[in-house]
Design a protein around this ligand. Structure first.
Ligand SMILES: Cc1cc2nc3c(=O)[nH]c(=O)nc-3n(C[C@H](O)[C@H](O)[C@H](O)COP(=O)(O)OP(=O)(O)OC[C@H]3O[C@@H](n4cnc5c(N)ncnc54)[C@H](O)[C@@H]3O)c2cc1C
Length: 407
């Protein structure tokens, strides 16, 4: 038996693998479960906007090794849904074919970088390599010749990620300049094509966000985009120049490109349409989880590309793929009420509840929750098979890890 093959070692992939093992064991069966991921670690992607991003990782073998998940360190390059196999290539260039009985695609999402002059000079915080590049660049700023724009960052896109990195940088650039180049001016400018800050976040948290930007001195330019990037400046679509050595692109995320290799239908984010059990519509034996899945969260709402949903989607996809293989009933996907927690640097954070993002906590209270989300609640247990399998139950939510409901 080829068993269950999970492609992707992020939040959805890890919990898919654990969810499949859990059901197999509950049914008295040891199902072969294989996880294919190019890296050795679960990257804690929501923390990549913070300093020292290289710390934001957890060994996949310490999470999944103790429950017997086989790991293949390689990237999937193709999926043959008729022949039921995945083609992989490892870092030595070796190509292999991995057969599956059930496949779970959990390869996440990726930033869509723009095509504009100088686009290669844009930093981002989407992946471990790009976030560590930005971090190293920031640490080198004090060594660059003093001058206009040395400690200026231009953040393009004032959505969730743009706001988190901009507010983080307001503090970080200030501390860098104060320690290593006293007297140098620091500046963070958010550039947003829409005519409002956080356009996709809605009006709920907007006044808290505006207060934070004002308190931290983060400037913003609305209704403009970036026309070109040079090593020492950014030119906006209205012709304005901003002197900077640090332009960071955060706008636009799509499902990972492997979704294109599955013959299903997709939504505008490239996510595969799935049924209530997370099986890809019209493609037998294939499930999708996390940022690759366009699943219904509640009537009228699709899941978001976020950790809260990725974790739960993984548990359900793992359970249902295993159930399908074992001839057990599937469990329709459900998720706990949607919440968000946006970091606002030293100003605090803003915690919202519901799809209309009603603010339920701000300032230090919300910041404390954000820290717990980032540093505790989204981390899977390591070296602890019993606890991993306990949490891999689809009925277990982050609210239980938190001990008390996070809102
Ligand atoms: C800077 C930043 C801040 C964020 N902040 C928040 C936040 O505050 N709250 C929140 O809920 N969400 C946040 N998110 C979004 C969140 O990180 C994602 O929604 C979440 O990581 C999705 O989980 P996933 O498992 O679907 O995908 P990912 O975590 O992206 O994992 C995908 C995995 O697939 C692997 N993979 C990719 N291609 C292949 C391939 N070809 N073959 C094999 N493996 C492959 C990758 O290496 C990775 O291991 C943030 C994201 C970023 C970038």
């Amino acid at each position: 038996m080829s068993g269950i093959v999970v492609v992707g070692g992020g939040f959805a992939g890890v919990w898919s693998a654990a969810g499949a093992v859990r059901l197999g064991r509950a049914a008295g069966r040891e199902l072969p479960v294989t996880l294919i991921s190019p890296g050795d670690d679960l990257v804690i992607r929501p923390r990549l906007y913070q300093a020292e991003p290289e710390r934001m990782r957890v060994s996949l073998d310490r999470i999944l090794g103790p429950v017997g998940v086989r790991r293949i360190a390689a990237a999937a390059t193709g999926i043959d849904t008729s022949g039921r196999s995945v083609t992989t290539v490892d870092e030595t260039g070796r190509i292999a074919e991995i057969g599956y009985d059930r496949l779970i695609l959990a390869t996440g999402s990726e930033l869509v970088r723009p095509e504009l002059p100088g686009a290669e000079l844009l930093f981002d915080v989407d992946t471990m390599p790009t976030a560590t590049d930005l971090d190293a660049h920031l640490n080198r700023l004090p060594e660059l010749p003093s001058g206009d724009g040395r400690f200026t960052a231009v953040v393009i896109g004032a959505g969730f990620t743009g706001l988190e990195i901009a507010t983080e940088l307001a503090d970080r650039l200030g501390a860098l300049a104060a320690a290593r180049a006293p007297g140098d001016k620091t500046r963070v400018v958010l550039v947003e094509r829409a005519d409002t800050i956080g356009p996709e976040l809605g009006p709920g948290p907007r006044s808290e966000i505006s207060d934070a930007l004002a308190a931290l001195g983060v400037e913003y330019r609305l209704g403009v985009s970036v026309a070109s990037v040079e090593p020492d400046r950014v030119t906006l679509s209205d012709g304005t120049h901003l002197a900077t050595r640090t332009a960071i692109w955060t706008a636009g995320v799509r499902a990972n490109g492997l979704t294109a290799g599955i013959p299903g239908t997709r939504d505008r984010l490239g996510r595969l349409d799935v049924d209530e059990n997370l099986a890809v519509t019209g493609v037998p034996q294939v499930y999708a989880a996390g940022d690759t899945a366009a699943a219904a969260a509640e009537p009228g709402h699709q899941v978001m590309q976020c950790c809260q949903h990725a974790l739960q989607l993984g548990k359900f996809a793992g359970h249902n793929a295993a159930a399908d293989l074992l001839g057990l009933p599937a469990v329709p996907f459900t998720t706990s009420p949607y919440v968000t927690c946006l970091d606002l640097g030293s100003h605090g954070a803003v915690f919202t509840n519901g799809w209309d993002r009603r603010v339920v906590a701000t300032g230090a209270v919300a910041k404390d929750r954000k820290r717990k989300v980032n540093e505790l609640w989204i981390y899977p247990p390591t070296d602890d098979p019993d606890e991993l399998l306990r949490q891999a139950d689809y009925r277990f939510s982050v609210r239980q890890i938190a001990g008390t409901p996070p809102v």
